[in-house]
Design a protein around this ligand. Structure first.
Ligand SMILES: [Zn+2]
Length: 301
């Protein structure tokens, strides 16, 4: 036990990703005095524009700036102390022409991108780093690259032979992947159906996919969830911060439409969905508890 200030670094792909999977822990640890650092790899230029007050044509060329402003608004609400940008261009969803833009994260030299993150790890000296799993949570190329550079930087930052000009070596103690809190979301979806509310997945059900396609997707999704749940080691209670996270989501006006479930969800269901953030612990240099871990800093405090 020491009185040293603990540091958490979360590595994300786009402005708004910080709230999904880490919104609760960033809010909770920030409020508990932990030094929190968010690294966002891209500026989100390719995202949708749901803000009814914006004109798409006018806003599109400055969407990166708009989204950074939205991010700053959200981080102020949840209390994150430091926000860093790697400055890459959003690559868009896989198979879209934006993937080919030379400025995009998809086309970045990953050694160079890792070096940028190593510099930040050595500067902020996080005890804990979080990022996405190998498939970037759901397959977005920018999320996959965020995963790759975060995993690489976790080790490289500690190695004096790597990136010698990027500061004094630092070894973070634990590395986590964010993990979908499937149980809670399933409960929430069932509860929404029982109350006659439109579930977040219903738009998809309305699409023109064949029943076979839908069933195949459903099976694949269930398999993915099971694999992901089997890997979960850690569930951090973020109940007290669920309302704050939702308030922060309102800052991302271009990303969540006004009728998004994020806004319309009854408060008790918001607590159900956002009452805990779950993770898979991938590396630890400190002893870890048996059974479900409830604190990302367990073993370090
Ligand atoms: Zn994203």
């Amino acid at each position: 036990m020491s009185n040293r200030i603990l540091t958490l670094m979360a590595v994300h792909a786009h402005p708004d990703d910080e709230l999904i999977g880490t919104g609760g822990v960033l809010a909770r640890y920030s409020h508990e005095g932990v030094n929190t650092v968010l690294v966002t790899c891209t500026r989100g230029e390719v995202g949708e524009i749901h803000d009814p007050d914006l004109n798409e044509e006018e806003a599109r060329p400055r969407l990166g700036d708009i989204r950074i402003a939205e991010l700053n608004c959200a981080l102020e609400i949840i209390g994150v102390k430091h926000s860093e940008q790697l400055g890459y261009r959003d690559s868009g969803m896989i198979g879209t022409p934006d993937n080919e833009d030379p400025r995009c994260f998809n086309k970045a030299d990953l050694g160079e991108a890792t070096g940028k993150l190593v510099r930040l790890v050595r500067q902020y000296k996080p005890d804990v780093i979080t990022t996405y799993n190998e498939i970037g949570g759901y397959g977005h190329p920018d999320h996959i690259n965020a995963h790759r550079i975060a995993v690489a930087a976790f080790d490289a930052a500690a190695d004096p032979a790597q990136y010698p000009d990027a500061g004094e070596p630092h070894q973070a103690q634990k590395l986590y992947y964010t993990s979908w809190n499937f149980k809670r979301w399933q409960q929430m979806t069932e509860e929404m159906k029982a109350r006659g509310l439109k579930s977040p997945w219903e738009d998809d059900e309305d699409s023109d996919k064949t029943p076979e396609q839908r069933e195949k997707e459903q099976t694949e999704w269930m398999e993915r969830m099971q694999t992901e749940m089997a890997r979960q080691t850690t569930e951090v209670d973020t109940h007290e911060y669920a309302t704050l996270v939702r308030r922060a989501a309102r800052c991302h006006r271009t990303q969540f439409s006004q009728d998004s479930f994020f806004y319309t969800l009854p408060e008790d269901l918001n607590h159900l969905a956002f009452g805990a953030d779950t993770f898979a612990r991938i590396k630890s240099f400190v002893p870890v508890p048996e059974g479900t871990e409830t604190d990302l800093f367990a073993g370090i405090r």
